[in-house]
Design a protein around this ligand. Structure first.
Ligand code: ADE
Ligand code: ZN
Length: 362
């Protein structure tokens, strides 16, 4: 089956009409990876400037290496493989700062007003032998500068890779030490099929005690019960994807009872092969059960998508009515990793701004 999702071509009449409205609406992205947010043009320029050792140099030649394209089989490990080559591009402090700045600028241009951007210091540092602390500080500085230049509020989440447990403690310490500089949480991502959470339990428990928030990629590719494990053992307050909860009524009930928000990323779910067809996506079923679902991008450049596209996917392909898309933005505000007073202000701001969209017919 061909995987590439080309939103602008594939949407039907109904969704095409919604594009300008959804683009203009203020939005929230809670699940976006910095390492999946690199502009192809920037990659090509970095390759030229720094002599990155690559099989090809032009944006179009680079595309199939770093982006999911039509010929790719939808498959979880094929999807994750795109991140490996990208590690070669973090070739200098300037490259890391540019990539982080542009990730925020691109979100702002899509009218995202609140962004939680996650990044893995190991991915950014290892190829050049940078300090993890240094790259974290570069990301903090670049995203601060981007916030000064754009109308967007950004918070950062440090991401730990499941296949790299040896770095978990150090990364958690980096995050804990930078809570006054915009780092609000910890995430566990990567290969959920081959790497269990066992080696991460102590680190996440410690980080929670130190005041960090926790979100975990769970039941994206692994079984539904991984959600329960993420909540009980790692202290997850939100779940990345969680789509395989649909296979287990007890887990859906758990998410509903505890009101654990799901960070849903429709295009990513198709490209990883975890959802065969958009019409089969459980986003609306979860919503109707009372689970607070949110709409996010995951990896905009790897998936060649924007948050506007993801809302159109949820609307057109997955059947979410427009007013419920607005409610999902409010769910996202309520799930933000912010102190209560700041969160209440964010929720209220979005309620006011979205009112006119809900009251107008769409
Ligand atoms: N890192 C970036 N995208 C991811 C995904 N969809 N699943 C796990 N780890 C990831
Ligand atoms: Zn993710």
């Amino acid at each position: 089956m061909s995987v590439t999702i080309k939103p602008r071509e594939k949407f039907n009449h109904h969704t095409r009409d919604l594009r300008p409205t959804i683009l203009n609406m203020p939005k929230i992205d809670l699940h976006r990876h910095l390492e999946g947010s690199l502009r192809l043009t920037t990659l090509a320029e970095i390759a030229h400037e720094h002599g990155v050792d690559l099989p090809s140099m032009s944006p179009e030649e680079l595309r199939p290496l770093v982006q999911v394209v039509a010929d790719d089989t939808p498959n979880f490990h094929n999807f994750l493989a795109k991140f490996k080559l990208l590690r070669r591009f973090y070739s200098s402090r300037e490259a890391v700062e540019r990539i982080a700045y542009e990730a925020v600028a691109d979100a702002a241009h899509d009218n995202i007003k609140y962004l939680e951007l996650r990044f893995n210091p190991v991915a950014l540092a290892l190829n050049q032998g940078f300090n993890f602390e240094d790259v974290a500080d570069w990301v903090i500085e670049a995203t601060e500068e981007a916030q000064r230049d754009h109308e967007i509020q950004v918070r950062l989440i440090v991401q730990i890779g499941r296949h790299e447990p040896q770095y978990a403690r150090q990364l958690a310490e980096i995050a804990v030490d930078r809570q006054d500089n915009g780092i609000v949480g910890l995430d566990l991502a990567g290969d959920e099929i081959n790497f269990p959470v066992t080696k991460f339990v102590d680190v996440f428990q410690w980080a929670r005690k130190k005041g960090l928030h926790v979100t975990i990629h769970a039941a994206e590719a692994g079984p539904a019960v991984n959600i329960k494990e993420a909540i009980d053992k790692l202290g997850a307050e939100r779940i990345g994807h969680g789509i395989r909860a649909r296979e287990d009524i007890a887990i859906m009930d758990l998410l509903n009872r505890k009101q654990i928000p799901l960070e849903i990323c429709p295009t990513s779910n198709l490209q990883t092969g975890m959802i065969p067809k958009l019409a089969q996506h459980p986003i609306y079923a979860f919503y109707q059960l009372g689970i607070p679902v949110t709409v996010n991008t995951d990896d905009p450049s790897i998936s060649n998508t924007t948050l506007t596209d993801e809302f159109l996917m949820a609307s057109g392909g997955a059947g979410v009515p427009f007013k419920d898309l607005c409610k999902m933005i409010i769910y996202a505000a309520q799930a933000a990793f912010l102190p209560e007073t700041e969160k209440s202000a964010l929720v209220e701001w979005f309620q006011v701004k979205l009112k006119k969209y809900v009251s107008e017919p769409h």
